[in-house]
Unconditional design. Sequence first.
Lengths: 327, 191
Amino acid sequence: MSAAGSATDLNTIDLEALRWVLLLERGPLPADQQRQLSAWITSDVRHRGALIRAQAASLRLNRLSALAGGRSVFETPAHGHVSRRRVLAVAASAAGALGLLTWESREWLEDLWSGTRYSSGIGEMRKVVLPDGSVMTLNTQSEVRAHYTRHSREIHLAKGEVLFDVAHDATREFVVRIDSWSVVAVGTAFDVRRLSGSALDVAVTEGVVQMLTPAQPRQRLAALQQATVEGAGQIAVRQVSDAELQRRLAWRTGLIVFDGETLRQALSEMNRYSRQQLAVEDPELAESRIVGVFSTSDAKTFVQGMRSTLGVEAVESGNTVLLRRPR
Amino acid sequence: MEDLTWQRHQWIADHILPWEAEVRRWLRRYTRTLHADDIDDLIQEAYARLWSSDFSHIRDGRKFFYTIVRNALQDQLRRARIVQIECVAELDTLDVDEAPGPERWVSARQQFEQLLQALKKLTPQRRTVFQLRRFEELPLREIAQKLGVTEKTVENLLRLAQGQVIKTLFAEGEAADYTSEKNYERRRKRD
């Protein structure tokens, strides 16, 4: 293999598969390309396999790349200032695809979409492109209802956590309703979390949102701010670092990042993604601090990690795995 | 439909891909008559077979992967009507030992380091494109503007960069400590 890494030592089928994966990554394929892809896949079992492999490998690469925290690691020649990562990139490309629709089909689409319910199962992550090109990414066990009309964009969050990348539309506010609260945006990106038995929580990655509730002054939230509403309706706003925000949103790439959380917190986070529930009873053990990067789909590896770092044993009974110190 | 597919890809990424390099090494060791191209073919076929099987209940991806590759190899040998007793015998007695050691869980950070090592082997231009696209998540259009090349060129550079990185990390296995022979031996002794 030459040091420069010539393309000739790459398998041609693998390269072709990768070409398709990179195309698919950019959005839905136009009909003619869709046909080409189907023809390619069905013509040879190896093509099919190479495509599956390239998709899995790219997924893994993307997840690893998230650890770069939005920055280049090696010096990149010939450009000065590098702009920050684009949360809105997805929304923009989706809007492009919808731009092809005629006005009539847009209206039809609006009718079709108004009041539509979207939900995600345990461990499932779901990306939904709304008619205006806004994108909702549903984390595990989430449920929303979207109401779109010509004059409003309204989302009701029943439970769970959703990241919104809002397409800019000055004529229609984008409103997320949770309990008595409304989170209002024009064009921005923010994450809303409403887990059962815990506080409502809003974090903004880009732009500005406003939080409204009856009988309280409106609260303005800018990028890198996070608001928490406790049971009593008291709102607390704090500044978060970019790194902290990236950690919070790591689920978008199938990862959970712990950086000093207690074992108790880590378990309740892991449990959001799995039917099998992890538990800890020993109060002292529950306060142990955890650092590490884990996959949301792989509790087994998490348990192995806890075994080797905390020296705990895992006792499985039914659907529960109890972590405890060896007797 | 998209979501289910995504979950399946994620499972393969987590439970199959990490073992590919080890499986390739095993194929090279026991099937000396196979060329590098044949191994690529077999691996591709294995992924296709994997995909069409129900793996929702599979817990040990490594064992599953070996089984699938072994079946694909057996079918191929049958088709080719080449009698390779030695090879087939090896297939039958192949004993895949149990789940991987705890090295695995810490590997996300380590693997990121290995990704950086793999990037060092790329030409500067390919490396730059990879970084701008994957690390900074810039759109292709913007990368093209920055580098003063066409979008088509960026597309091509990205494909080659990613192809090489995938090869280094997953086919040659420089991503995974735990699949290297040395670690493997150490683990066997310790267990």
